[in-house]
Design a protein around this ligand. Structure first.
Ligand code: CP
Length: 316
């Protein structure tokens, strides 16, 4: 595996999932695979889980890690070509990524969307430049439009907790005071479409995700109808794709409460975290045995370890 930025980068999802289950059962089984290899983790935006889980995954494989909080500690990076760099940016991505590729065998990059220019964000300009100019395998640590390590961890968690072979999985929007990216819901849909689940997406009018993700997916504006009989409820806010990056609905009734969970088939509650309590989900749900958010976070180590192991094998 040369890059892990979207589901299309995975040649065989069943095989990758099988590897993940083996790492979940025996995290130290490849403790020497990454010896004398260096992983660079570059964060243009904040992170708790991705930073710690990916470092932990590298440790389990015997890798060394270098973490760069590039958004705070490095030079501001220019991504446009042919510009006179007399503004805020002190370095171009061509050199910045090229240098990092000389220091590291594998690189990870976190880069959020600006939520202003949809074409720029959905072209994955920053991530694609990083891949091109670094010259080494790259893992997305969440990009403008996708969060594949999170989605892979979500899939592992669903497979571990599923009460039936083909569970009903609901992705539901919930209101939030800040405009958030579409990366997590886009990616979740992309991964669930390839998984043995029945997926339903529910959100208010105006929050339709891009066709490239939800084409062929059952989408409804009726949250209660979606939750009926669900085995898993995945809550997440996202800003509008059509009215790009804007908040057009703040209806608090989309919050996941005990009453909403009562509509499900003993459903489990999921969220990628961080989550705002009593905004996205009530305390009563998040603190109940229905919540498997900590298992999802724990599986971030498993998803990262599995992907890193595939990349290390390709380097060997
Ligand atoms: N879920 C997730 O990616 O968390 P962080 O933003 O804290 O890394």
């Amino acid at each position: 595996m040369k890059r892990f930025t979207r589901i299309a980068d995975v040649a065989n999802l069943d095989a990758l999932l099988s590897e993940a289950m083996d790492y979940a059962a025996n995290p130290w089984r490849s403790a020497d695979l990454g010896r004398r290899r260096t992983l660079g983790l570059v964060f243009l935006n904040p992170s708790l889980r991705t930073r710690m889980s990916t470092q932990k995954a590298a440790q389990l494989l015997g890798m060394d890690t270098i973490v760069l909080n590039a958004g705070a500690d490095a030079w501001t990076i220019e991504t446009r070509d042919g510009v006179v760099m007399d503004g805020a940016a002190g370095e171009h991505m061509r050199e910045a990524a090229g240098v990092m590729g000389r220091y590291c065998d594998i690189l990870g990059l976190r880069t959020f969307p600006g939520l202003v220019d949809r074409d720029y964000d959905y072209a994955e300009t920053v991530l694609e430049q990083f891949v091109t100019y670094s010259g080494v395998p790259v893992i997305s640590l969440e990009s403008a439009t996708r969060h594949p390590l999170q989605s892979f961890a979500d899939l592992i968690t669903i497979m571990q907790h599923r009460p039936v072979v083909r569970p009903k999985v609901v992705l539901t929007w919930a209101a939030h005071p800040k405009a958030l990216p579409q990366a997590v819901p886009n990616s979740f849909v992309e991964w669930m479409k390839g998984a043995p689940v029945d997926l339903v997406v529910t959100h208010p009018e105006g929050y339709e995700l891009a066709d490239e993700f939800v084409s062929g997916v059952h989408v409804t504006h009726n949250q209660d109808e979606a939750l009926d009989g669900a085995h898993f409820v995945y809550a997440k806010n996202w800003s509008s794709y059509a009215d790009y990056g804007r908040i057009t609905n703040s209806d608090p009734s989309w919050q996941i409460t005990e009453a909403k969970m009562a509509l499900t088939n003993n459903g489990k509650f999921m969220h990628c975290l961080p989550v705002r309590r009593n905004v996205i989900v009530s305390d009563a749900v998040l603190d109940s045995p229905r919540s498997i958010v900590l298992d999802e976070a724990a599986n971030r180590v498993v998803s990262a370890q599995t992907v890193l192991a595939e990349m290390l094998k390709a380097l060997a």
